[in-house]
Design a protein around this ligand. Structure first.
Ligand code: ZN
Length: 98
């Protein structure tokens, strides 16, 4: 990734996985970022390099702001990660048949 300036869109296009992890040794929380969600929030062309993103992160578990990022290429077979529950179909209320 040296020399490359990631944006949310290019991370998605390259099928990268971005994992945030807490530096607090007592916490050690880590979580994959939802790139589509970040893209929706910041825009597809928003810079998504570690130093751009880190200041915006906060550990959900301990509240610490010392959060690092790991960028990993996706080596798994093709499969788009789409938050299906945001697409509307899964959001319908339970069907009511009188
Ligand atoms: Zn933490």
């Amino acid at each position: 990734m040296i020399g490359k300036h990631w944006t949310w869109q290019s991370l998605i296009d390259a099928r990268m996985t971005v994992t945030a992890f807490c530096h607090n040794p007592a916490c050690n929380h880590s979580r994959k970022l939802d790139l589509a969600e970040q893209r929706a929030r910041f825009g597809p062309d928003a810079p998504a390099m570690e130093w751009d993103v880190r200041p915006k992160l906060k550990c959900a578990r301990c509240g610490g702001i010392d959060v690092g990022l790991i960028y990993t290429p996706d080596t798994s077979p093709r499969g788009d990660i789409v938050p299906a529950w945001r697409k509307g179909s899964a959001q319908k209320p339970p069907r009511y048949d009188p």
